[in-house]
Write a protein that binds this ligand. Structure first.
Ligand code: GRF
Length: 215
């Protein structure tokens, strides 16, 4: 069974969705631990309450990024993961760090990549007046929010949306596609071909993830 390590920085609702899917058997894997770069991250309490090992690697206590990443890699590797999931982990990682977990690190991003990489995705989508927004799960590569895409979900933008309402609608889809992607990884169903990812034998399921866009 695959061992999953989840990295968070805050509330941890994506992490909680993974824990829930593991508990209910929708993900055939085990969460070996949750690591946060912020000691006050709410997700740490959620994980600990479910008996999951937690650790904090506080980036503010490291004199530079190299030291922080050395400490983070040590904490991750101590849990011997098959998969590392960045679930709302808000630190940019160096190319060397990313290379260490090549093809076994996933990130959830709140936009339909390659649109809106980086921060403030909902604000930027609203400012542009797009009618369709969404979220993506991708393998992590050195270029931020740019790696091979595993799953995406589209959501419609409503006339009366503000940043909070749009974020809430996207978040529901984040939970769904992240659970699906982690589940596929744990069952060895993901095939990376260049910048494209194929889900072996599961094309229909992958398509079913797309939420119909309403008028
Ligand atoms: C999510 O929208 C994630 O995509 C983003 O930060 C948010 C984290 O939410 N980058 P949570 O901590 O998983 O609740």
């Amino acid at each position: 069974m695959k061992r999953i390590v989840i990295l968070i920085s805050g509330r941890g609702s994506n992490m909680a969705a993974i824990l829930d899917a593991v508990r209910t058997g929708r993900i055939d894997g085990q969460v070996a631990g949750v690591i946060s770069n912020r000691s006050e991250a709410g997700g740490l309490t959620t994980a600990a309450a479910q008996g999951v090992a937690t650790a904090v690697v506080d980036h503010t206590l490291s004199p530079n990024r190299d030291d922080f990443e050395r400490a983070l890699a040590a904490a991750i590797d101590a849990l011997s993961p098959d998969l590392v999931v960045l679930a709302g982990f808000m630190r940019v990682l160096s190319a060397a760090f990313v290379a260490r977990y090549e093809h076994r690190m996933l990130n959830i991003h709140p936009s339909l990549l390659p649109m809106y990489p980086g921060l403030d995705t909902h604000r930027r989508a609203l400012a542009d007046g797009v009618k369709v927004h969404g979220c993506s799960v991708h393998f992590v590569t050195p270029e931020v929010d740019h790696g091979p895409i595993v799953a995406q979900a589209a959501v419609s933008v409503h006339d009366d949306d503000d940043e909070a309402s749009l974020a809430a609608r996207v978040l529901e889809s984040e939970h769904r596609i992240l659970v699906a992607a982690v589940g596929w990884f744990c069952e060895d169903l993901l095939v990376i071909e260049g910048h494209r990812v194929r889900v072996k034998d599961q094309v229909t399921d992958a398509e079913a993830l797309l939420v119909p866009v309403l008028p």
